[in-house]
Design a protein around this ligand. Structure first.
Ligand SMILES: C[S@@+](CC[C@H](N)C(=O)[O-])C[C@H]1O[C@@H](n2cnc3c(N)ncnc32)[C@H](O)[C@@H]1O
Length: 278
């Protein structure tokens, strides 16, 4: 199928049926290499819009979720890498990043929830799964320039690009540290808060990472795990349900995003902390 034709089809043929729009966007995306282009960008935009419009319990979400999430994760990796090169070459282009507003809303909401769960401002925060375009760390620097930040990723390419993005946007002075490591091997005792990015593993992989991080966390530390609400957004990212959390953590709070933001955040404390430690 001709791609421009497919894009037009998505927009025209099913203006009201969100699942039909999801299915057509997915089929058209699977004909591409998922790298950013006008066509791929439009199709991902349509996929996200249609997913947000799905009824919460739509039966196709469970059936096709793994296929769609795999597509989205690959697309996000390419998108972040493409934008990382662009921002390194010219930091003034960052405001044109297509999901910047949603990112800012997520990071602000998450920061308020995290400091609330911690009961104070953190001194040293880690972002695990920071990726090639560590926008979370960039926003933290603006929100709390006094807080020390460490970005961690298991992909050495993402670590290298992420570091250059941070230097390009905000200079080397006070820039985050960048560390190459697998989530499950991070020494979380070095931080008073750790944020686990949405794409660190599928739901099961993320639960295993939570367990490993919690086993080394300080008693008064907080682990923030990005998830999605139980609606159409679980088509796009793995959902960590509070009831699936390992027994090594307890749920302190949950941040629910506004409708246009995709990720929610679970705020967790290591179980050893006990209910009356904070
Ligand atoms: C697309 S990126 C950026 C983060 C994304 N914006 C988010 O909120 O999830 C996801 C990153 O997570 C990293 N990642 C995935 N699984 C990981 C793991 N087990 N340990 C460390 N990093 C991981 C990948 O290498 C990738 O760079």
């Amino acid at each position: 199928m001709d791609l421009d034709h497919a894009v037009g089809e998505v927009a025209r043929s099913h203006p009201l049926d969100p699942w039909a729009r999801v299915a057509e966007a997915v089929q058209a995306l699977e004909l591409t290499d998922l790298r950013p282009s006008p066509t791929v960008n439009v199709l991902f935009g349509q996929l996200v819009d249609a997913a947000l419009a799905l009824p919460a319990c739509h039966p196709q979400i469970a059936r096709h979720g793994p296929r769609v999430r795999h597509l989205c994760a690959r697309g996000e990796g390419y998108l972040e890498t493409w934008w990382a090169h662009r921002v390194i070459a010219d930091p003034e282009t960052l405001p044109s990043f297509p999901y910047l507003t949603q990112y800012e809303q997520l990071v602000r909401g998450e920061w308020t929830a995290l400091t609330g769960a911690l009961g104070r401002r953190p001194r040293h925060v880690a972002l695990v799964g920071s990726g090639p375009l560590p926008l979370t760390a960039v926003w933290w620097r603006r929100l709390a320039p006094d807080v020390q930040v460490t970005c961690i990723d298991r992909d050495p390419g993402a670590v290298g690009l992420g570091r250059r993005v941070a230097w390009s946007v905000a200079g080397r002075a006070g820039a985050p540290a960048f560390v190459h490591a697998e989530a499950g091997e991070v020494d979380s005792s070095a931080f008073d808060a750790v944020v686990l990015a949405a794409l660190v593993g599928d739901a099961a992989g993320k639960t295993a990472a939570v367990d490993a991080l919690a086993s080394r966390m300080r008693d008064d530390g907080v682990l923030a795990v990005r998830s999605v609400p139980p609606d159409g957004r679980r088509l796009l990212y793995p959902r960590v349900r509070p009831e699936d959390l390992p027994s090594s953590v307890r749920l302190v709070a949950e941040w629910t995003p506004p409708p246009e933001v995709i990720n929610s955040v679970l705020l967790l404390a290591p179980r050893a902390a006990g209910p009356d430690r904070r």
